[in-house]
Write a protein that binds this ligand. Structure first.
Ligand SMILES: NC(=O)c1ccc[n+]([C@@H]2O[C@H](COP(=O)([O-])OP(=O)(O)OC[C@H]3O[C@@H](n4cnc5c(N)ncnc54)[C@H](O)[C@@H]3O)[C@@H](O)[C@H]2O)c1
Length: 254
């Protein structure tokens, strides 16, 4: 049995789904957490909620900057391996086809930075480690004014499948979760924006979203985090290269 601490790295940890999985894993005894995000203050507040005895370290960085990532993570990891990796950071800027700056920013943040992160961390992953990447239902379907976001989230699924094959000989598993509307700050920003554009009240917009979901409830960040916990755990030991949709049945038909 290894004497190394059981180390978990989570990106996008300051908000939404990343914060929810961080909180859930803090409650599991024996895990050391390294939380990454660009929001330093929120990260520090989250780390301060850790129960006594749980080691939580934070690294406030822009994950699109590979140099910052490499130099920032090395001292935190020291000689330790990573047993679980959750990649949840992302942005959801809308774009028209000719808005190349937005395209570049979204692809860099949501796709390229994930590949860079995996490239930097691959040698540090323990044999048998589990990696979960947060894609989106928009990794399977399209949405108007979202070509960059959709391309980035579709791209993640290819990255997951191929990387799962690359790492399978070390029993490292790589899976994706594909949530639809999740009630997080990202969603609330989008709803506020749509409300401003259409004149429909925010509460009405949320009601409309809820109404079309067969299970009649918004997906919460904790729902996604529970699915991530399952994919991280040994209970899913024969599941790799897969995409798990979490949408309350939204996508299953009319
Ligand atoms: N909320 C939804 O409806 C929804 C649906 C499907 C998929 N997703 C995906 O889930 C993931 C988490 O989204 P969320 O809803 O929790 O959003 P969120 O905005 O609440 O959290 C995203 C986090 O990522 C961080 N981040 C973004 N770019 C970064 C960068 N360059 N460097 C460091 N940190 C960065 C932000 O600071 C933030 O803390 C995203 O990948 C998103 O695309 C969200």
């Amino acid at each position: 049995m290894s004497s190394q601490p059981f180390t978990v790295v989570i990106t996008g940890a300051a908000s939404g789904i990343g914060a929810a999985i961080s909180q859930q894993l803090m409650a599991v005894p024996g895990k050391n957490l390294i939380l990454l995000d660009r929001q330093a203050d929120t990260l520090a507040e989250l780390a301060a909620t850790a129960p006594p005895g749980v080691v939580v370290e934070t690294l406030a960085i822009d994950l699109t900057n590979t140099e910052q990532l490499t130099s920032g993570l090395s001292p935190l990891l020291a000689d330790n391996s990573i047993h679980e990796l959750v990649i949840s950071h992302g942005i959801a800027d809308e774009n028209q086809l000719d808005q190349c700056e937005i395209w570049d920013k979204v692809l860099l943040t949501n796709l390229t930075s994930v590949q860079r992160l995996l490239a930097v961390l691959e040698p540090r992953l323990a044999d048998g480690a589990s990696v979960v990447i947060v894609s989106s239902i928009l990794g399977l379907i399209g949405k108007k004014a979202n070509s960059a976001y959709c391309a980035s989230k579709h791209g993640l699924l290819g990255l997951v499948k191929a990387t799962a094959l690359d790492l399978a000989s070390r029993r490292i598993r790589v899976n994706a979760v594909l949530p639809s509307w999740v009630d997080t700050p990202m969603l609330r920003r989008e709803v506020r924006r749509q409300a401003d554009l259409t004149g429909i009240a925010e509460a009405d917009m949320l009601r409309r979203i809820k109404k079309r979901i067969p299970l009649r409830s918004m997906v919460e960040a904790n729902d996604v985090a529970h699915a991530i916990q399952f994919l991280l755990s040994a209970q899913s030991r024969m599941i790799t290269a897969q995409s798990l949709v979490i949408d309350g049945g939204d996508g299953c038909g009319l």
